[in-house]
Design a protein around this ligand. Structure first.
Ligand SMILES: Nc1ncnc2c1ncn2[C@@H]1O[C@H](COP(=O)(O)OP(=O)(O)OP(=O)(O)O)[C@@H](O)[C@H]1O
Ligand SMILES: [Mg+2]
Length: 458
């Protein structure tokens, strides 16, 4: 872990560009000492579409954070939207000499072997994330160094970014006078900032709903094991409202934030809005009707995530124990309730946690990724830094998790156990045993793994 150092995250989003400056205090805690957020320019769905404008907005965002902190920023960790990344899980093996303890070079060799997969020349590896280790068939080992065995195996999640979009991002950051410390997958950053201690022992789906994209990460016992990106976000909801109500985008955005809900039942039932269209005519619409326009878009996003996870890992409710929604669009009233309905799992809204200093200025779910970039910079190993959970209550398995309804109120979600939910909702099925805990013979064969690898790369 870096000591007494400054780490800066630069989240270049579709809606906003945010810089967060973190300082590791002498006691080992992370203090937020600066933040700057400006409306995004020159970006579309995580891609740079106008170098000059994006560079200009990056400069402004960094300058704003510098003013708050009094620190001059030299280098930054930069987020990469999932639609510019491809990920595979590859298996690595290292033989250990008889009667010798496993040493770090053996671990490195196993990881290196897992990395030796043919890569499209158009891709650049941004993360090599070892999952748990297997020593002589014994699974679930977090740190094999010092153990005895003759066969060390590891599954490694490899995330690679498409070269073109990465080069454009790098160019803008450099033009803004900064060095790139590293690229970080958006979904990984969001998970690092929001996962709670108990969730580090579960399989959790982290959904970062941004403006132009929704980034998804599946974390198994704290390790990013699968990622995906849906090219739809909160801006699409706003565009739907603007088109259907025939009002300007800015007004639609306002109406959405103030009166919108992802579930019509949660909209203010007594509220009717007077809408003036672009052509000057006026009409009335109830908050209930407004939310009926919004719901299908959010349901579409959740549906696409379900399909993606079903295909890659199996039925969502059997694969995971919890869903964490975060990102700016997760603040829409009712998003957590609709997610709970669609995924049939406990859902909560995730906010950056475990940080000190000016933590209130980055407490919104919209800042999960930017804070996560700083947390990533501490260890650069894709794991939540230990200090986050130091002194925190790790909670009890099966304790009802509070669910933020996205509007500041807390409701209690059903526990991940086979009991009927407390609102007469669906019965939550028991969680499937974690595949990583199955005996070796039930795991896919080497041939099947290779086939799966190639399936993902094409
Ligand atoms: N209170 C709110 N209620 C509803 N939606 C909101 C609220 N606040 C922000 N949003 C929506 O969140 C979206 C922006 O989210 P966020 O700031 O996470 O985007 P981003 O990181 O810039 O985008 P991306 O990650 O897609 O590149 C916008 O569509 C905005 O309308
Ligand atoms: Mg974002």
């Amino acid at each position: 872990m870096k000591e007494n150092s400054i780490i800066v995250g630069l989240d270049i989003g579709t809606t906003k560009i945010t810089t967060v400056i973190g300082e590791i205090a002498p006691g080992g805690t992370l203090d937020i000492i600066g933040q700057g957020s400006v409306p995004s320019e020159g970006m579309k769905r995580g891609s740079v579409v106008n170098l000059e404008r994006a560079t200009h907005a990056i400069r402004q965002s960094v300058a704003a954070a510098e003013r708050v902190s009094g620190v001059k920023v030299g280098s930054v960790f930069v987020s990469v939207a999932g639609n510019h990344a491809k990920a595979i899980t590859s298996h690595g093996l290292a033989a250990i000499r008889r009667n010798q303890e496993i040493a770090q070079p053996d671990v490195d060799r196993a990881i290196e072997n897992a990395r030796a997969v043919p890569l499209d020349p158009n891709l650049e590896i941004i993360h090599t994330l070892p999952q748990e280790y297997v020593v002589d068939g014994q699974e679930g080992i977090k740190s094999p160094v010092g153990m005895h065995g003759v066969r060390l195996e590891v599954d490694v999640h490899i995330v690679a970014g498409t070269a073109g979009p990465l080069l454009n991002l790098r160019r803008c950051v450099q033009e803004a006078g900064l060095k790139v410390d590293g690229f970080v997958l958006h979904a990984l950053a969001s998970g690092l900032a929001t996962l709670e201690a108990l969730e580090q022992t579960q399989t959790v789906i982290v959904i970062d709903m941004g403006g132009g994209t929704t980034d998804v990460g599946v974390f198994k016992r704290g390790n990013l094991a699968h990622s995906a990106s849906i090219p739809i976000g909160g801006e699409h909801v706003t565009a739907d409202l603007a088109q259907i109500l025939k009002i300007p985008i800015e007004e639609a955005e306002n109406v959405k934030r103030k009166y919108g809900a992802a579930l019509p039942e949660l909209a203010d039932q007594d509220l009717t809005l007077e809408i003036t269209t672009a052509s000057g005519s006026t009409h009335a619409i109830s908050a209930f009707e407004l939310s009926r326009i919004i719901k299908p878009r959010i349901a579409e996003i959740y549906g696409m995530i379900r399909d993606e996870i079903d295909q890659a890992l199996g039925p969502v409710e059997l694969v995971a124990q919890t869903v964490v929604i975060t990102g700016g669009a997760s603040q829409l009233r009712g998003s957590a309730e609709l997610a709970r309905d669609r995924f049939r799992l406990p859902v909560r809204v995730g906010r950056p946690r475990g940080i000190g200093g000016l933590s209130d200025i980055v407490s919104s779910p919209a800042h999960a990724a930017s804070v996560g970039l700083v947390l990533y910079g501490i260890g650069e190993d894709g794991k939540v830094p230990d200090m986050i959970f130091e002194g925190m209550d790790t909670g009890q398995q099966g304790t009802p998790a509070p669910v933020s309804a996205g509007n500041g109120t807390l409701v209690t979600a059903p526990v991940a156990a086979p009991v009927p939910s407390n609102d007469g909702g669906p019965v939550i099925p028991p969680a499937k045993p974690d595949p990583t805990a199955l005996p070796k013979k039930d795991k896919p064969s080497f041939g099947e793994r290779i086939k799966n690898i190639f399936k993902d790369w094409v």
